[in-house]
Design a protein around this ligand. Structure first.
Ligand code: GLN
Ligand code: ZN
Length: 763
């Protein structure tokens, strides 16, 4: 009885965020773990840095006026991996590593003896988590040490600590079955007692509120998610001795899953009111006695909040719940730390933005306005609306030429001649042998390339010298490909640090941050460019490099571009127009580049779309519309060239699933895809989807340093040949080579070319 009393008296909080980044404002954690891996930083020093980063983050939240502070959102690598450890669910191959932290990093990165866990995208963000493997031998057991230690650390500082743990439904829904085990989600019943145990221990540690993250509840990742969640949270809610529970949904609208949650005894729910809708909250009965954490500040994009609009949203949900707390829509893991680190931002742009630190303050302002009245925050509201007005009226947001051009795009502009006719014309122009051999674009990024880039940045060399050095790299790569005997060459992409940033830097309507780092996975961070205005391409971006490469060889050199969907997927995007409109604008800019390449005599142009599947919406109902605009954007980008110019595309994953029909609709002349790891199975799927154009199934896996033998490639190629026939088959590795070393690239490609030559004799 006394426990129930304690829970009821867990005063609801009003001001918080669902989680924070941990890599450090200056990427301190990245440097620390990498030094630790390299043996230059010992365990104690690593832990000291980690503790300091946690404290600084918590202190910042407390200072901003937050009355509940998320803990256990720190991670040395990944919060899903932390959850695998919490539940003792690491696969047996890591069991021999005694030391827990060594074992943890082995699961994340692999060792000479064991392969790491697989990595995949965290919902539709650019964060990657490590996929838990659930096999017949997995037996769950609770290891609560990390959570309890972080709770103790925060409590010592007198902070209102709210531990955050990935919830059981999401954990299992994101897991992968191995060794013939059934669907992981069928094992929910085994996790419930462990989570109950965890709740009790947290209560013993004095925790008043715990947050269980269930973002999977906004997706259609599995059937019956609502019912499953209801039964799990009924069980957890019935635990006598526990903190108050808030279940956090984010990255979309929970729909009727919220009704399921509301029926359980949990004390609170968090709802994403940026991507989700207020109607869902208003239409959900049973929230009246609960705490509603209203995510009105966008946790994953970089724009300053429209405070008026957010306040209006809060007003609409106010009557639905017992208490409304103000929060970010999701963890701020996905945005940079603070605008303070940006010294030379255009002052107008600065006013439009809010990174994590600024969002912490916005949350506090909105919460205060909700409780004390808006007058208490009049200055902040005035500032927000004047920033918004400046953004709305900035001429860079509306380029009439771009808009008029897009309005004038007709179906004819996104349609090329019939594919078979194109193929005949291209063959006449290019005269390629059967089973042409090529590569996907990049060659190893050598230290000479990195040094040249750094020297240009520091001013040690000028632009002309930098270009000379890049041309030397191109010449080396062309000579290398000639000597290996490839049929279609590339320039090797030495000038690109990144396949999106390189283009974003040259577009109007984009800007790059100086320190806007966000964690991509583990210690790896990216600095996504910010798309803020209408996009155009003032001048050619790649033509000089490609035409230079072409002067060095009589073999055709492929032009190399990134597609509109991928550029969007790896940027912060504007939130004042539909994504499809931004995609079309980028597509027009890419189209301009393809036309210029063609004019310069380039006969083959590749437009990469490795992120096509990444932007796929969480809900089935939204998928067809997305696929339609994504395909159309690609076709805007690639249909401005003549029929005898060959368009290639490259896609980066082997399980196409829901995007397979869209790939056929892209209507590229040649599609290179990852197939090595799925043993060419994808070719059958493509065929079923009606795909009839040429295809280059990746015949070996570039993600591993292993050099594939000639026979092995021959076997893969023979399988592909019997599946698609000689007239449609290309020969290439399964992705770009930039992360590999030159010696292994030479050996692998030599074997690939030899295998293709051998197979040619048989046709
Ligand atoms: N052309 C790019 C490269 O080779 C493609 C990269 C990718 O697929 N992610 O690096
Ligand atoms: Zn790829």
């Amino acid at each position: 009885m006394s426990d129930t009393v304690r829970r009821d008296s867990a005063a609801p909080f009003t001001t918080t965020v669902l989680g924070t980044a941990r890599i450090g404002p200056r990427r301190e954690l990245k440097r620390a773990v990498e030094s630790h891996w390299a043996g230059r930083l010992d365990r104690a020093e690593l832990e000291t840095i980690a503790r300091r980063l946690r404290r600084e983050q918590w202190a910042q939240l407390a200072e901003a006026g937050h009355d509940s502070v998320p803990v256990n959102t720190f991670s040395y690598y990944d919060q899903v991996l932390d959850t695998s450890v919490l539940l003792d669910a690491l696969p047996p191959r890591f069991a021999e590593i005694d030391d827990p932290l060594d074992r943890y990093f082995a699961a994340a990165r692999g060792t000479a003896e064991v392969t790491p866990l697989e990595m995949t995208k965290w919902f539709d963000t650019n964060y990657h988590y490590l996929v838990p493997e659930i096999g017949p031998s997995t037996t769950f057991r609770l290891n609560p040490e990390k959570v309890l230690a972080e709770v103790a650390e925060a409590s010592e500082l007198g902070l209102p600590a709210r531990p955050v743990v990935v919830g059981p439904v999401t954990f299992l829904a994101l897991s992968k079955a191995v060794d013939g085990a059934g669907a992981p989600l069928e094992r929910l019943d085994e996790l419930v007692p462990l989570y109950r145990d965890l709740l009790t221990r947290l209560a013993d540690a004095g925790v008043a509120w715990v947050q269980l993250d269930e973002p999977v509840l906004v997706t259609d990742a599995a059937a019956d998610l609502g019912l499953r969640a209801e039964s799990v949270y009924n069980a957890l809610g019935s635990e006598e001795r526990r903190p108050a529970i808030v279940v956090a949904t984010y990255f979309g609208d929970p729909g009727d899953r919220l009704t399921h949650l509301a029926r359980t005894p949990i004390e609170g729910v968090a709802v994403d009111l940026v991507e989700g809708s207020v109607e869902t909250v208003a239409g959900t009965p049973g929230l009246a006695d609960k705490l509603l954490i209203a995510g009105v500040v966008d946790g994953r994009n970089v724009w300053r909040t429209d405070l008026d609009r957010a306040a209006a949203t809060l007003a609409t949900v106010l009557g639905s719940a017992r208490v409304v707390a103000v929060s970010t829509s999701c963890s701020t893991l996905h945005v940079p730390y603070s605008l303070d680190a940006e010294d030379d931002l255009d002052p107008n742009l600065r006013g439009w933005l809010a990174f994590a630190a600024e969002k912490f303050r916005e949350v506090a302002v909105l919460s205060s306005a909700l409780r004390e009245g808006r007058a208490a925050q009049a200055a902040a509201f005035a500032e927000s609306s004047s920033a918004l007005a400046s953004r709305a009226t900035d001429p860079r947001l509306h380029n009439d030429d771009v808009r008029a051009r897009l309005d004038a795009v007709t179906d004819a502009d996104v349609t090329r001649g019939p594919a078979e006719q194109r193929l005949v014309k291209q063959q006449e122009r290019l005269g390629l042998p059967p089973l042409p051999t090529t590569t996907v674009g990049s060659y190893p990024q050598t230290s000479a390339i990195r040094l040249a880039r750094a020297a240009l940045r520091s001013g040690e060399i000028d632009r002309a010298e930098y270009e000379n050095r890049m041309k030397n790299e191109i010449a080396d790569v062309v000579a290398l490909q000639e000597s290996i005997g490839l049929d279609v060459l590339v320039h090797g992409e030495p000038e690109r640090n990144d396949m999106v940033q390189y283009f974003a830097e040259q577009f109007e309507g984009y800007f790059a941050t100086a320190n806007g780092w966000v964690q991509s996975y583990g210690s790896r961070c990216v600095r996504p460019p910010i798309l803020f205005g209408d996009v155009s391409r003032p001048k050619p971006m790649t033509v000089d490099w490609i035409t230079y490469a072409q002067t060095l060889t009589s073999k055709p050199v492929k032009g190399m571009l990134t597609g509109p969907v991928t550029i969007l997927a790896w940027s912060f995007v504007r939130n004042d127009q539909p994504l499809s409109m931004s995609a079309d604008q980028i597509a027009l800019a890419i189209r301009d580049e393809t036309v210029d390449l063609e004019k310069a005599g380039v006969g083959i142009i590749q437009v990469d779309e490795p992120a096509l599947r990444e932007l796929l919406p969480a809900r089935d109902a939204d998928k067809p519309a997305y696929l339609a605009w994504a395909v159309r954007a690609f076709r805007i980008a690639t249909s401005g060239v003549r029929d005898d110019t060959q368009i290639h595309t490259h896609l980066c994953y082997s399980e196409f699933g829901e995007v397979i029909g869209a790939i056929a609709d892209l209507d590229a002349d040649v599609t290179s895809i990852e197939a090595a790891r799925s043993h060419m199975e994808v070719l059958g799927d493509l065929d079923e989807a009606g795909f009839r154009n040429a295809v280059g199934p990746g015949v070996y896996d570039i993600h591993s340093p292993r050099v594939p033998g000639q026979d092995e490639i021959f076997t893969a190629l023979s399988a592909a040949l019997s599946s698609v026939g000689a007239a449609r088959l290309w020969v290439n590795p399964d992705c770009g080579l930039k992360t590999r070393g030159t010696p292994e690239v030479v050996d692998s490609l030599t074997n690939m070319v030899a295998a293709a030559a051998r197979l040619r004799e048989s046709i």
